[in-house]
Structures are given as C-alpha cells and as structure tokens.
Design a protein around this ligand. Structure first.
Ligand code: FE2
Length: 205
C-alpha cells in the first residue's frame, strides 16, 4: 500500500491506464478534470505548503498525513490526504475489472462477510450513503476485512486499518458522466472497474 509519490517534493503519479481506458463507465473527460485538475492541484498545493517546512519536508506522504492530522493542520492534511487517496483510487480501478474476486481474497471475504454479495451490498451502501463528499473503502483491521466510509479527505492512513481499495464519491468523480446519479456510478465501478487483484496485493500477510 504505497502509491507514489513517496516523499517531498511529491509528484503526480502516472495513471495506471490510458485516460479513455475506463470508458464507458468513467469518461476520459471526467479524468481530464479529476486527474489533470483536481488530483494535480492537490499535489501542487501540498508541495507549496510543505516546502521549507521542517515538520514535513523530506517525509513520506503517509507520515505527512499523520503529522498534519496530529497537528490539526487542515490545509496540509486535506491536500496530503487527497493526494494519497486519489493515487490509491486510480490503482483501485482497472479496465475489465469489477465482479467477484478469486483466490485468497475471495476466501477472506467469505470468512468475514459471509458472501461476496454481502460485501458488494456494504460497499454500495457506504458509497451511496456517504453524505456529501468522501470515500468508501474496503479495509483490513485487526485481521478482519470490513467496509468503512470517510468524509471529505479523511483516510484510513490515520487509523490502524489498512486500505485494500477505495471508491471516490466526491461529485467530481462522477458528475460529468452521471450528474446526480451517484448510485449508477457506484454500480458501474462495482460491476466493471474494481481492481480486485490490487486489493488482494494489499492484504496483510
Ligand atoms: Fe476525487
């Protein structure tokens, strides 16, 4: 679970696929704003905020997020967490993804949720009911998989939970393609885009 960028000054990581690769579920036009504008701006603002600041400079991104949370430094926290969350989100998606995972992850899901259908419903509910901007996550905490949702820039990085995958439910993630129909975006992500192999790679050993 270590999406680049890794330390100051942070870089906008390359997308793991071409901008049109997620169509028709997420358009290249959405990505031209979501990645090229929103994500890029979080990285740019973060670098401006941490430059020449001994509390942050030279530290890895998760350390910057935790330090900013501890200091209640909202500007650094929001931009650092959003930088990390978006890098993790791009990796949580892939063309031809979605559906049910296999292998060890499928076994863990059956053990902790009872069935994949239960997990799918919990992810759909978390993503659909997060009030306002935020994120839905599959995480592992104390050896158990569970679904959580976070508001705005909040992130599992500040908790003991380890993120396995995430769904961005800020309006900028879906409004151009789905307008107010967040549920349709979430269904498309669940059925066609979730990168279960990435989630499996993030399973604690
Ligand atoms: Fe976003």
């Amino acid at each position: 679970m270590s999406p680049s960028p890794t330390s100051t000054p942070f870089q906008l990581p390359a997308l793991p696929w071409t901008p049109a690769a997620l169509e028709p579920h997420i358009s290249a036009r959405t990505l031209s704003f979501h990645y090229d504008k929103h994500h890029a701006t979080y990285v740019e603002r973060l670098n401006g905020l941490v430059a020449n600041n001994a509390a942050y400079e030279g530290r890895a991104l998760p350390e910057v997020i935790r330090a900013a949370a501890e200091k209640r430094d909202a500007a650094v926290f929001n931009n650092a967490a959003q930088t990390w969350n978006h890098s993790f989100y791009w990796q949580s998606l892939r063309p031809g993804g979605g559906g049910e995972p296999g292998g060890a992850l499928a076994d863990r899901i059956r053990k902790d949720f009872g069935s994949f259908a239960v997990l799918r419903q919990q992810l759909a509910d978390a993503a659909s009911t997060q009030f306002g901007s935020g994120w839905a996550w599959l995480v592992a905490e104390s050896g158990v998989l569970r679904v959580v949702k976070t508001g705005n820039a909040e992130t599992p990085v500040t908790t003991n939970a380890r993120a396995l995958l995430t769904i961005d439910v800020w309006e900028h993630a879906y409004y151009l393609d789905y307008q107010n129909r967040r549920g349709d975006y979430v269904t498309a992500v669940l059925d066609h885009l979730l990168h279960w192999e990435f989630a499996a790679d993030n399973l604690p050993s």
